[in-house]
Write a protein that binds this ligand. Structure first.
Ligand code: ZN
Length: 208
């Protein structure tokens, strides 16, 4: 096993991060926070890091695919519902008490064993402050948000598949703009960018 794979393997001591089965030879290194690919290009290359890789059995890895952990949880959870709706053999097995449903919530191995992956915003290098900032939604327009800072306002607007953030001073002069690819955490990325603009403004103010 390569040194890198060994490090990933050791995170769980050889168990699947999700279902907890013992890993066989062909185990997969899963991206805990999915790296979304758009046209072959990784949306969040920062997430293709050792910190974000966990050992998984091939089945869990393929089922999880590009889902985040909560979508994966609800997907697994609703399998029982699907069996009851669509599978005659399962319904018969239940009728004859061959299977019993527990009704328990889906708990993953890493939760049961208190293992953690760093928070996603840490891996993406988005500041904590950017995570908690709340964008106000424009009443008139869909997908149009803004953030108020002391010295300027930052707007965020959806244009096609992307988001455009524009920072404007109070006399409507543009201080900067950034295009953010559609994915998860667009607002957080935009807020992080706006905070950096603010820090820039503040440091300029300090010089003058
Ligand atoms: Zn598994």
């Amino acid at each position: 096993m390569s040194k890198l794979r060994q490090t990933i393997f050791d995170k769980s001591g050889g168990y699947c991060w999700y279902c907890g089965c013992m890993l066989g030879k062909g185990w997969h290194a899963d991206h805990f926070y999915p790296v979304v690919r758009v046209g072959g290009k990784m949306l969040y290359p920062e997430l293709d890091s050792l910190d974000n890789k966990v050992p998984s059995c091939p089945q869990c890895n393929m089922m999880k695919s590009s889902m985040n952990i909560e979508s994966f949880r609800s997907t697994v959870h609703q399998f029982v519902e699907s069996l009851n709706l669509y599978t005659t053999q399962y319904k018969f097995a239940k009728k004859y008490n061959l299977v019993k449903e527990t009704g328990i919530n889906v708990r993953f191995w890493f939760e049961e064993n208190e293992k953690h992956v760093k928070p996603e915003h840490d891996l993406l290098k988005i500041s904590e402050r950017a995570i908690i900032m709340e964008w106000k939604k424009d009443k008139e327009e869909r997908d149009y948000y803004y953030l108020n800072f002391d010295d300027f306002i930052c707007t965020l607007r959806r244009v096609g598949n992307n988001w455009i953030a524009i920072a404007m001073g109070f006399s409507w002069e543009e201080l900067g703009r950034i295009e953010i690819q559609f994915g998860r955490l667009e607002k957080e990325k935009a807020a992080d960018w706006a905070i950096k603009i603010q820090e820039g403004i503040n440091s300029t103010n300090q010089i003058s």
